[in-house]
Design a protein around this ligand. Structure first.
Ligand code: URA
Length: 231
């Protein structure tokens, strides 16, 4: 019912020790757990509760962190989902100082596939960079640069505008290394001063206002599922 696997395969998952209830591995087939109350994990993924699947997009403002809690007490992205009853969490992360498209869900499989490097889901950013970026630097981003935490980072780059003060580029990457866009731009000798994510997979930020969210249409969710090979 949670859409994880078939009944028969679920028995196998349990027998092979891949299922945890409230943190403890459970191998007995007859063990009783209360769905929606007990915390059930398959491998490291939490099984969503019976509340139904929720898929949400937010236009993240500057100054919010992508975490479920913060020891420093900074505003959390989930604070912005004021009328959402489901327990959703962010799909991947955007930096405190990055704005734009952020997805939320309680569908572990969807979130897992969208963020796993194996599925190479494209993410598109509009980056404002200080100074006039030389063509050679743009070429380097296209052909690939070495950044800490990634083998080789490259992207599709479109020059949107450029003058002596700043350069605006559109950059599409298919990895999700922490602070990847900022690091890539740094490696080629420049500094990002403003960053917005405008696209993730088949979803575009569109005209959603900063700080606002909406539930995705079934068609939008299904398109993304298709992109990452889900039924
Ligand atoms: N790349 C970055 O540098 N920051 C983000 O928030 C996302 C991608």
């Amino acid at each position: 019912m949670a859409g994880i696997t078939s009944r028969r395969k679920a028995d196998e998952l349990i027998a092979t020790g891949r299922v945890r209830v409230n943190g403890k591995v459970v191998r007995e087939p007859g063990f009783k757990a209360v769905w929606g109350k007990d915390k059930i994990h398959v491998d490291d993924r939490e099984v969503p509760g019976p509340e139904g699947r929720a898929y949400i997009m937010l236009n993240k403002p500057f100054g919010y962190i992508c975490a479920m809690s913060d020891p420093l007490g900074r505003p959390l992205v989930t604070d912005l989902l004021d009328n959402v009853k489901e327990r959703v969490y962010p799909v991947g992360r955007l930096d405190f100082d990055t704005m734009g498209l952020l997805l939320f869900t309680n569908d572990g499989e969807w979130a897992y596939r969208l963020t796993h490097p194996r599925f190479s889901v494209p993410r598109t950013y509009k980056a404002t960079v200080a100074d006039y970026m030389e063509d050679t630097a743009l070429e380097m981003l296209r052909s690939g640069v070495r950044i800490p935490g990634a083998v080789r980072a490259k992207g599709k780059v479109t020059l949107l505008s450029r003058d002596n003060r700043q350069t605006v580029i559109r950059l599409t990457i298919t990895q999700g290394v922490s602070r990847q866009v900022r690091k890539m731009v740094e490696v080629v000798g420049y500094r990002v001063i403003h960053l917005i994510r405008t696209g993730f997979g088949t979803i575009e930020l569109g005209d959603l206002k900063v700080g606002e969210y909406r539930y995705l249409e079934t068609e939008e969710v299904n398109k993304m599922k298709k992109l990452v090979g889900m039924r």
